[in-house]
Design a protein around this ligand. Structure first.
Ligand SMILES: CC[C@H](C(=O)O)C(=O)SCCNC(=O)CCNC(=O)[C@H](O)C(C)(C)COP(=O)(O)OP(=O)(O)OC[C@H]1O[C@@H](n2cnc3c(N)ncnc32)[C@H](O)[C@@H]1OP(=O)(O)O
Ligand SMILES: [Co+2]
Length: 132
């Protein structure tokens, strides 16, 4: 398992892309929308890990609802694993609850699931696996 990315909820990718490219001293390597999640993402490589900026593309989006109640900032941590189905089983038997145990298409060529923050010390955790 490795820290694949830190997800940051932002109001405007345009504004935050400018800020993070100045902060990190590099441009994002991709922008990608995930219709199902109602998000537009922008990715930056930082050493072995990444920053994922997320802007809501509709009011039903988890990011939109999050920003209705919280200021911009760190939204989730994503850990990558070799086998997401095995990891779901391991985490379930370790007592963690999933929002859904069915891996779905994420951004950046991944399959993703999310654990409920109430079982992860208040931190929204994404588990992801590179799609073959
Ligand atoms: C997949 C594309 C991309 C990728 O990497 O590939 C992404 O990362 S997409 C990221 C956006 N999508 C998601 O976050 C999907 C999973 N999230 C959800 O299903 C919801 O956001 C959920 C279930 C975590 C919360 O939704 P709900 O409608 O229940 O919102 P509430 O405001 O009622 O929150 C309930 C409870 O959870 C706490 N909460 C909510 N969001 C977070 C968060 N990001 N981090 C920590 N805690 C969070 C909230 O404070 C409430 O706690 P309570 O103690 O009950 O007040
Ligand atoms: Co993510």
């Amino acid at each position: 398992m490795k820290l694949e990315h830190i997800g940051i909820a932002v109001k405007s990718l345009e504004t935050s892309d400018d800020l993070f490219s100045r902060l990190l001293g590099r441009e994002n390597y991709k922008q990608e929308s995930v219709e199902r999640e109602g998000v537009k993402t922008s990715f930056y490589k930082v050493g072995e890990s990444k920053i994922e900026l997320l802007e809501a593309t509709n009011t039903e989006s988890a990011i939109s609802k999050y920003l209705d109640k919280n200021r911009e900032g760190v939204h989730h941590l994503a850990f990558s694993v070799d086998n997401i189905l095995e990891e779901i089983e391991r985490l379930q038997s370790a007592g963690f609850q999933f929002i859904s145990t069915e891996p779905k298409e994420g951004a950046d060529n991944k399959l993703v699931v999310f654990l409920h923050p109430k079982t992860t010390n208040g931190v929204l955790v994404e588990i992801c696996q590179e799609k073959n």
